[in-house]
Design a protein around this ligand. Structure first.
Ligand SMILES: [Ca+2]
Ligand SMILES: [Ca+2]
Ligand SMILES: [Ca+2]
Length: 586
């Protein structure tokens, strides 16, 4: 009986809710999420969202009947989080009685909470499309993508999920990077829009910004450079208002369960806080996923969700001059800003064109996160987010009245990638091959308290020491350390590869200067009677240069043929080998 009623009513429900929200603007009429307590026994089917209320949830039947429940879905059946497996979506007819329904459900002993389902809108604001529509991709120039690509170019080991209305997966700048396609709204594996028209192109545009195939002589480039695309459609085919997102949190959960490293959400709405949604975000974050979301196009400081949830990297929209877009939301809950005004990207029908909005800013940040992740798959989401957030360009002076309200500033891909290479890419540093360090307590090591041979104490692994960029340490040191300026240091410890930026010249050691170098670097080896072979490796330990030098303490070699980046030098003398790290920066 319940099933027949559902088939007839669902169509009406979808059409009526998408046309207008009569009860709440930012929650879906006639729908609820509710969660059953963790101690309640529950037979859970992990293969579909279908649910037999009579056998699975008998304790809510009497309440459901009162509010004309049409259907209950186990809509997070693919989640790994038990909290989410125990959260259900209810469709009911008496939509004006939602408050009473919630109150009654929450009085059921087995129910932990019940709440309205958030309704979000895509953050594309079409009125902002300016005249400068074909000027190319100024955003990539603004964030110094070219310099970042000099250091690292992603080679398809990182997956970006775009959760959006729909995505044209056959677009010629996306098909080559497509990893998977899922429609969580219609529950099939085709994320394409049902028709080639109007507002359905939002997700395709966002996907292009994040991860369009780059260097393929076609269309546009993307900062991620080679990441794979997970296309997730979160709006039902029947949806008339195509900018509305109905299954955003199911989409995030599906992406996290299916290999996404980065999830980009270009949607949101104000006053739509939801416990379920925060649970979804937390579960994805605990799976080491970076979640990026657009701040909203409301030109005010009211928090918009999902951007304002904990564990989300929230992005505001700037223009070619690093000024806040008129429409962009702002506030102390914003994490960073990124170019999102008149951004050229993919459109339906294998075409290209501009769009404006925080929707366009968020996927650019998602793409940068993917580029960073590609340096080392072991990086955590927190490390990646911190390298993005703490290496922006401050734009307060360009935005009077918005100081501190556009996050830490406009993203800088070059600085963020350098952060990742120098701060969290250095996990092998720490133990030298000979000698023992003298004791140093927690604090900053400067040239005044260089670590030298002769001590007899090994640093405690629990001690954290800040290494200033020009610190000198000899072989023999075992310590936990971080490089000054890295806000979220990985602990540098426990390896026989002693690759700190410079080693001291006391005893048998090597010194490199200037460091960072530009067109040349001088190597000082305290062993004047020795022939030396210098081998230079790049950050992935590929040998890229060999220089043979004769006797003498100091040798200057050209680095003008090296692109900006991190390098390791091994100096092999007749007696011993030394290793040191240096940076080329121009
Ligand atoms: Ca579909
Ligand atoms: Ca391309
Ligand atoms: Ca945040």
């Amino acid at each position: 009986m319940i099933r027949i009623k559902y088939v007839l009513l669902l169509i009406v429900l979808m059409q009526s809710t998408v046309k207008s929200q009569t009860v709440f603007q930012n929650y879906i009429d006639g729908q609820l999420y509710f969660k059953i307590k963790s101690e309640v026994a529950f037979n859970f089917d992990k293969t579909s969202s279908n649910l037999d209320i009579n056998s699975s949830l008998p304790f809510v039947i009497s309440v459901f009947e009162k509010y004309d429940v049409i259907k209950v879905e186990s809509s997070f059946y693919f989640a790994s989080s038990e909290d989410l497996q125990r959260t259900f979506r209810v469709y009911f007819a008496k939509k004006n009685l939602v408050a009473d329904f919630i109150a009654e459900l929450e009085r059921v002993a087995q129910v932990e909470y019940a709440e309205k389902v958030p309704l979000h809108q895509t953050t594309y604001s079409p009125n902002d499309i300016g005249a400068n529509t074909t000027a190319g991709q100024y955003g990539l120039y603004n964030i110094r993508a070219h310099e970042a690509w000099d250091l690292i170019r992603n080679n398809n080991s990182v997956n970006i999920a775009i959760v959006d209305v729909a995505i044209e997966t056959g677009h010629s700048d996306l098909s080559g990077v497509l990893l998977s396609s899922r429609d969580v709204a219609n529950q099939d594996n085709d994320a394409n829009p049902p028709g080639n028209y109007g507002g359905w192109d939002h997700g395709t545009h966002c996907a292009g910004i994040a991860c369009a195939q780059t260097n393929n002589t076609n269309g546009i480039a993307s900062i991620a450079y080679g990441s794979r695309l997970i296309a997730v459609k979160a709006t039902p085919d029947s949806c008339v208002a195509r900018q509305l997102i109905y299954f955003g949190y199911e989409g995030i959960t599906w992406a996290a369960a299916n290999g996404a490293n980065i999830i980009s959400c270009s949607f949101g709405s104000k006053n739509s806080y939801s416990v379920t949604a925060q649970n979804v975000i937390n579960a994805a974050y605990n799976q080491n996923v970076v979640i990026v979301a657009s701040a909203g196009n409301n030109n005010d400081d009211t928090m918009s969700y999902p951007a304002a949830y904990n564990n989300v990297l929230c992005v505001a929209n700037t223009d070619i001059d690093d000024e806040k877009s008129f429409s962009s939301s702002f506030g102390n809950w914003v994490d960073v800003s990124a170019p999102g005004t008149t951004i050229r990207s993919c459109l339906l029908g294998n075409t290209y064109g501009p769009k404006t909005g925080t929707s366009m800013a968020a996927p650019l940040v998602a793409g940068l996160c993917a580029l960073i992740k590609s340096i080392n798959p072991a990086y955590t989401n927190t490390q990646i987010v911190n390298c993005v957030k703490n290496n922006t360009q401050n734009i307060d002076a360009l935005n009077p009245g918005f100081a501190g309200l556009l996050g830490t500033g406009r993203i800088d891909a070059f600085r963020s990638v350098k952060c990742a290479l120098t701060c969290i890419g250095s996990t092998n540093y720490g133990t030298a091959s000979m000698g023992v360090a003298k004791p140093v307590s927690s604090g900053t090591i400067t040239s005044a308290n260089n670590i030298i041979n002769g001590g007899d104490v090994t640093f405690d692994a629990a001690v954290e020491i800040i290494l200033q960029p020009n610190f000198i340490a000899n072989n023999g040191c075992i310590f936990n350390a971080r490089i000054d300026g890295c806000s979220n240091p990985a602990r540098l410890m426990g390896s026989t590869n002693f690759n700190v930026s410079e080693m001291g010249i006391d005893g048998n050691s090597i010194l490199l200067f200037p460091n960072p170098a530009s067109d040349f670097i001088t190597i000082r080896i305290n062993n004047e009677n020795s022939k030396t072979i210098l081998k230079i490796y790049n950050s992935t330990m590929q040998l890229i240069k060999i220089v043979k030098i004769e006797n003498g303490i100091e040798h200057t070699i050209s680095t003008s043929d090296l692109i900006s980046g991190i390098y390791f030098m091994e100096a092999q003398t007749d007696e011993q080998s030394y290793r040191a790290k240096f940076v080329v920066s121009r």
